[in-house]
Structures are given as C-alpha cells and as structure tokens.
Design a protein around this ligand. Structure first.
Ligand code: FAQ
Length: 330
C-alpha cells in the first residue's frame, strides 16, 4: 500500500541532523494542518512516537480479538454469533491496517510482532480482563469500543497521513461495534431480573478499566505534551476521559444501570460528570504484566503465531517461486 523507501536520508545518517531550521519548517507544516507523508522529512522523535503509538494500537486490536473470541462458540443466537464473528474479524483488519501504517515509518511488521510476542511491546490494558458472561460482550462493545471511538475520532485528524487515513475506516467500524454492544446491553436490561443483574455485574467489571484505557492522567503522561504539539494527539488523556464519561453516563441511566462510582455526580455549573479517583495502582499492575489475563493473552498470541508459521512459510515459498519464474522468463 505504501512504499517504505524514503527519499530523505535515513534519520540515523549524519545528513539527518535535525537542525532548528528543519524543525521550524516541520512545525509550520503541522500548524498549517498539512499532512506529513512517509517520504517527507520528519524529526526522529516524531517517527519514534508514531511507531510506538501505532504499533501499540495495532497490537491492541489483535490482542483485543481474544476476550470476545472467547464467546464466538457460545453466542446465544445465530444472529448474535454472526455479528460477533464479523466484529472480531474487523478488529483483525484494524490491526492489519495499523501494522501497514507503522511500516510506512521504516519498521517491519515482523519486528513489531516480535516485540509483542517477546513481551517488550505494550498493548491496551483493557484486554487483560476476562469475559466470564455474555453480558461482558455487551459491555466490551458499549464501553471499550465506545472509549476507542472517543480516542480515535480525533486520530482521523492526526498529522501523519497514513495513520489518519487508516483511522477513518476503523472509526466507522468501531461505531457499528459500539452499537451492537449497546444493543446486547439493552436486551439484557429489558430482560429478566437475572439478565439485568448480569448486565450490571458486567458494567461493574468494565467501567473502571474503560476509564483507564485513556492512559495516565495528564500530570503523569510522558508523551502528551509533545504529541499534542505535533498534532498526533488532538486532546489530552484527561480531556478524552471526561468526554467519555459525559457521553456514557446518560446511556447507563437509559439502561437503568448504576454507575459503580459513589462519587459520580453531575456538576451543574460545568455540565460535566465528576467521578471518583481511578485506581492507578491497578493500571500500573496491568501494564507491568500482572493483570488478570496478561499471561493468558500473550500465550494465546504466541500459540497463534506458531500455528500460522506454515502459512507464512508457504506464502514465502510461493513468492520465491513466482520471482524465480519471472527471472527465468526475462
Ligand atoms: N494501556 O504518555 P502516555 C480498541 C502507556 S484499540 C497500556 O499518556 P500516549 C479497539 C503508553 O503507551 C485500544 N498502556 O502515552 C478494540 C506509554 O507507554 P510507553 C487501543 C498504556 O501514547 C475494541 C505510557 O503508558 N487504542 O480498543 C495505556 O501519549 C474492542 C505513558 O502514557 C489505542 O492504542 C493503556 N490504556 O497516550 C479492539 C489508540 N495508556 O510507550 C478490540 C491510540 C497509556 O512510554 C475490541 N493510542 N499507556 O512505554 C493513543 O491514543 C495513546 O497511545 C494513548 C496513550 C492515549 C493510549
């Protein structure tokens, strides 16, 4: 889709000394809302920030297939099953677009996947939680995809062209995902007392981890200031978290669910919902690999990678065969 050949010198070469003039011109392009494209000059740190964020995002989509994949064989109806299969496939597609976008920055997909499987790369904390009931599938669609949309709509205006363009389609699909999740919750909320309780329990499990998806609070976020200056991020973590709370609490009320936060209240003077403190020690534990499902998730990805080895080898052998045939004809 995109070439990896850069017309500008490699950022590691002496010719790529990032002098003040180049940086000023680069910042001026960003300020004029011009898109930065793969072959354009960019500061090394801009490139590194994008590789880090886009690859973590890609890994999140791929690992994010697992909690819901767990329910494909147990979805309550044929319709729910086919919707869930489509959703999980979409997430795999999002991972593929995002790895392609990262590759435009000069890093290979194989290298990125190796970082994930060796445990060196991060992926979203949210996918380290279990899905014990069908209501968890509703909660993921409603809350996790809802949070993902809140975060990703502004990424459609990210300064880096390939990432911004990939996000447009991703957001359209996430919107369908969010609606299907809300629809599951609505059906459970209108169901028997046991079904309503199941919906409430899943909501209790996913509410706080969903708020953590937006990342550390602004005071603790290492990358936000620079990413906002470079228009990779258009909003800070806390701004997006607040938007999500304001958007989601009325939806919870419509479902007749109770937000599991005794401190939550509407601040009439600002129109924003104020919420209690997030347990950042839980967030840090999940990031350190000690969440409820971290080990299980990585083990599943490693097994899938091994299972797919023969496909990669066969594809490479076929590509080699085609190349040697073309050579012998020429
Ligand atoms: N989990 O300085 P900041 C989805 C890390 S996709 C794990 O604030 P930044 C679709 C952060 O990487 C969900 N790590 O960092 C779906 C950094 O670590 P590093 C994924 C986290 O980048 C739905 C450190 O903490 N979405 O849900 C988390 O400026 C359903 C310091 O943080 C994206 O990736 C976290 N929650 O802001 C799929 C969106 N938060 O690299 C399947 C794109 C922070 O220094 C089913 N990413 N960290 O070692 C972003 O917007 C940003 O990267 C943030 C973090 C906002 C996540």
């Amino acid at each position: 889709m995109y070439t990896q050949g850069l017309l500008t010198p490699s950022p590691k070469s002496p010719a790529a000394v990032e002098d003040a003039e180049l940086l000023a011109r680069f910042q001026a392009r960003i300020d004029r809302e011009e898109k930065i494209e793969p072959k354009d000059w960019m500061p090394d740190q801009y490139r590194q920030t994008l590789v880090r964020q886009i690859s973590q995002h890609a890994h999140s989509e791929i690992v994010g297939m697992l909690p819901e994949g767990n329910w494909i064989g147990r979805a309550p109806t044929l319709l729910r099953k086919s919707i869930l299969i489509a959703k999980v496939q979409d997430e795999g597609g999002h991972g593929a677009y995002l790895y392609s976008a990262a590759e435009t920055l000069g890093v290979s997909r194989a290298e990125l996947i190796d970082q994930l499987l060796s445990g060196r790369a991060k992926y979203s904390s949210i996918f380290n939680y279990p899905t014990p009931t069908w209501a968890d599938i509703g909660a993921i669609g409603w809350l996790v995809d809802g949070a993902a949309i809140m975060n990703q709509i502004p990424l459609c205006r990210c300064s880096y062209g390939p990432y911004a363009r990939a996000m447009v389609r991703v957001c359209k699909e996430e919107s369908f995902h969010q609606r299907q999740g809300y629809d599951i919750m609505l059906q459970l909320a209108r169901g028997t007392p046991a079904q309503r309780q199941m919906a409430q329990d899943a909501f209790n499990r996913w509410w706080w981890p969903s708020l953590m998806m937006f990342g550390p609070s602004d005071g603790a976020s290492q990358h936000t200031a620079l990413s906002v200056r470079w228009k990779i991020k258009r909003f800070t973590n806390d701004e997006l978290r607040q938007k999500f709370v304001d958007f989601t609490v009325p939806q919870a009320h419509f479902l007749g669910l109770t937000v599991p936060d005794p401190l939550l209240h509407l601040d009439e003077s600002t129109g924003h919902y104020r919420f209690g403190d997030i347990d950042w020690s839980e967030f840090q534990a999940v990031l350190a690999g000690n969440g409820p499902c971290n080990r299980e998730r990585l083990a599943a990805r490693r097994a899938a990678h091994e299972d797919g080895r023969w496909v990669r080898e066969a594809a490479l052998a076929y590509a080699d065969k085609l190349t040697s045939r073309t050579r012998s004809v020429a």
